[in-house]
Design a protein around this ligand. Structure first.
Ligand SMILES: [Fe+2]
Ligand SMILES: [Fe+2]
Length: 254
């Protein structure tokens, strides 16, 4: 099975990158399944119904989320009927932490979980929650988006689940890591897919806002950066046992 995974779509620049690059990625890689992290799609925070419909019109099968999942309240009005998984390790939240995609008579389990390290959110252990889900939900292929800050937590989770899950990809840091690999017991693993949005901001936000924040220590509201865009993705072929990191850039002024 061929699976294309696209990292955190950030604001209008991210949606522009999807418009621009996804058709050519589909033509090149012919994925059976496309999974996209969309926690930052609406101006950096959450998702709206209009953006959900726009993304799905590209032939995306499932959206995963993260700590910004409910930053835009509109999601609560449509999440129950949407192909969207929110973090499974919230104690209680609208929507679901896992969903099944039916493909070629196979059940593909997609799970989203939050990390606990440096995340400012009190959630259940992703290790135990994801393991329990894998044990209790019938499936043929299993995929996890671990939305977490600490590389160590993600790597540890990778080894903890190695051989018990088919694919683990990380999101949230917005910076792609180059550790795409198959772990010793067969799990495809990547610490972070990277983001899809502005190229020259600070993880999506206009750079001056974040530089000021680090120098002065106070916070001004975020604004999504404009200008050149990037797309970061990961492609896996489970039969061929290949895995490819993808990084594309575009500057419309060049
Ligand atoms: Fe994000
Ligand atoms: Fe995040």
């Amino acid at each position: 099975m061929k699976i294309l995974i696209i990292g955190d779509v950030y604001g209008k620049s991210g949606l522009k990158a999807i418009d621009l690059f996804l058709p050519e990625l589909k033509a090149q890689y012919q994925p059976h399944l496309i999974i996209v992290n969309a926690e930052n799609a609406a101006n950096g925070r959450g998702i709206t119904h209009t953006i959900y419909k726009t993304l799905m019109s590209h032939g995306i099968h499932m959206l995963t989320m993260g700590n910004h999942v409910f930053a835009n309240k509109e999601l609560e009005t449509f999440i129950e009927d949407a192909n969207i998984v929110r973090p499974i390790n919230y104690l209680q939240a609208p929507g679901k932490g896992y969903l099944i995609i039916h493909f070629n008579q196979q059940k593909i389990l997609v799970i989203n979980a939050l990390g606990q390290a440096f995340m400012n959110q009190h959630v259940q252990s992703p290790f135990l929650t994801v393991m329990e889900t894998l044990n209790n939900v019938e499936h043929d292929i299993s995929i996890l988006d671990i939305h977490a800050e600490a590389t160590s937590e993600k790597v540890a989770l990778g080894h903890f689940l190695d051989g018990k899950i088919d694919i683990i990809f990380g999101t949230h840091t917005h910076v792609q890591t180059n550790d795409s690999r198959i772990l010793p017991n067969g799990t495809f693993y990547l610490t972070d897919v990277g983001m899809t949005g502005p190229l020259n901001g600070v993880i999506g936000v206009k750079k001056d806002i974040v530089i000021d924040r680090f120098i002065n220590g106070y916070s001004t509201p975020n604004a999504v950066d404009e200008g050149p865009i990037q797309l970061n993705a990961w492609f896996i072929d489970t039969l061929q046992k290949t895995h490819t990191l993808i990084h594309l850039e575009h500057d419309e002024n060049k």
